[in-house]
Design a protein around this ligand. Structure first.
Ligand SMILES: C[S@@+](CC[C@H](N)C(=O)[O-])C[C@H]1O[C@@H](n2cnc3c(N)ncnc32)[C@H](O)[C@@H]1O
Length: 371
């Protein structure tokens, strides 16, 4: 009975995501039309002076249309991506009843920015800051002369659109990305499996950011993707799983390495993430992390969120049982940043490498040294 309910709820959510994707164009155009209406209410002289602004809004509408043109391509394949669960049923009937998710437009917009970060040459600088230190650490920890990299299992929870996991797999490791956001999963499925050639698509990642633009052209910067052809990767070495990291990974001592990038602050209780990472690592396994502590649930109403500082986290990490082998603060990193915006966010991130001891001790030791 419960399973039936779960299946129904999952289907409803999946269809809501599809419907939200489909609503991107109308919702975005409506927002622009509201701005036009706003101009329409101004005194005639203001209207005259703002004629260029009005023209800019028309250009932004064209960009929305271009962004939207990618969505049907992606959705076409979404129904078959979960072992065809949604392709065999009379899905159209249910789709009509599905609701558009209230927070959904933000999520679609985030996917466009994440496409820039993960799969465009415009995102190369960010990837160098964020992914490269992790990749270099993995390469140094598992030198080719000593390890058969194809046997080293690496997990990337919170994989976004999958680029970090893809890069790790491309270097010969067995790598799995995990992601629970269906918006990301649907788009990464398309990019990773169906993009045919380099720079095939053009999107406008920042058209929805109306503030801090010197000119509309800066708002309308486009990104082409994919900057590499993802398909020829050694497929057997690369996979993505869908679902909550805490629920999907329950087998102890399974992974040689867990790599997290801009992820650990995505939990209401970061300690639970740390414990799970510890448990699923093999004895002697490595946890490599890079990112800030922008606790995602911090301001979410009715959410039991904790926001320990990095100092407190370091203590927790040791209490859980890890040995911290490397730690650097002040690592300059950006996240989906428009390089031309007047507002530039840059994180002084932390980068650390922790090892689960090889002695098979369980976690939660009270006799751990306190620093
Ligand atoms: C800030 S993004 C970082 C994405 C990518 N690692 C990067 O650096 O660009 C965090 C990602 O983790 C995902 N995420 C958050 N909590 C998760 C969980 N419990 N299980 C799986 N994925 C999760 C989010 O959906 C989001 O895509």
């Amino acid at each position: 009975m419960d399973t039936e309910k779960n299946v129904r709820e999952e289907r409803e959510y999946f269809l809501s995501v599809i419907k939200t994707f489909k609503s991107y164009r109308d919702q975005s155009i409506k927002k622009i039309e509201n701005k036009e209406k706003c101009v329409g209410t101004l005194p005639n002289e203001h209207k005259k002076w703002l004629s260029k602004y009005y023209e800019d809004l028309q250009k932004l509408k064209e960009c929305v249309e271009k962004n939207y043109s990618f969505i049907p391509l992606v959705l076409q394949h979404a129904y078959t991506m979960f072992d065809n669960v949604y392709s065999n049923m009379d899905i159209v009937k249910f789709e009509e009843e599905a609701r558009i998710l209230s927070e959904g437009l933000d999520k679609v917009q985030s996917v466009f920015k994440q496409l820039m970060r993960d799969w465009s040459s415009l995102g190369a600088a960010e990837r160098k800051q964020c992914y490269e230190p992790i990749i270099q650490e993995i390469l140094a920890s598992y030198p080719e002369e000593e390890y058969d990299r194809g046997e080293i299992q690496i997990l990337v929870p919170g994989a976004g659109l999958g680029r970090l996991a893809f890069e790790i797999a491309s270097r010969g490791f067995k790598c799995q990305g995990n992601e629970f956001n269906l918006f990301m999963l649907i788009v990464s499925f398309y990019v990773l499996n169906l993009c045919q050639k380099v720079d095939e698509y053009e999107i406008y990642p920042w058209i929805h950011q109306y503030c801090n633009n010197i000119s509309v052209e800066d708002q309308m910067i486009s990104a082409r993707f994919p900057d590499v052809k993802p398909m020829p990767s050694p497929k057997s070495n690369f996979s993505m799983t869908a679902g909550d990291f805490l629920e999907v990974y329950t087998t102890n001592d399974e992974w040689h390495c867990v790599a997290t990038c801009f992820f650990i602050d995505c939990a209401p209780n970061v300690v639970q993430f740390i414990e799970t990472i510890y448990d699923i690592l093999k004895p002697g396994g490595l946890w490599i992390n890079l990112g800030p502590l922008l606790y995602h649930y911090s301001d979410v109403k009715n959410e039991k969120s904790i926001e320990p500082s990095f100092k407190v986290l370091c203590d927790v990490i040791k209490k859980v049982g890890f040995k911290m082998e490397k730690c650097a603060t002040g690592v300059k990193t950006k996240y989906c940043q428009n390089p031309y915006s007047m507002l530039q966010y840059e994180y002084d991130s932390v980068f650390f490498v922790c090892r689960k001891p090889d002695n098979g001790l369980a976690n939660g030791h009270d006799d751990m040294e306190d620093h």
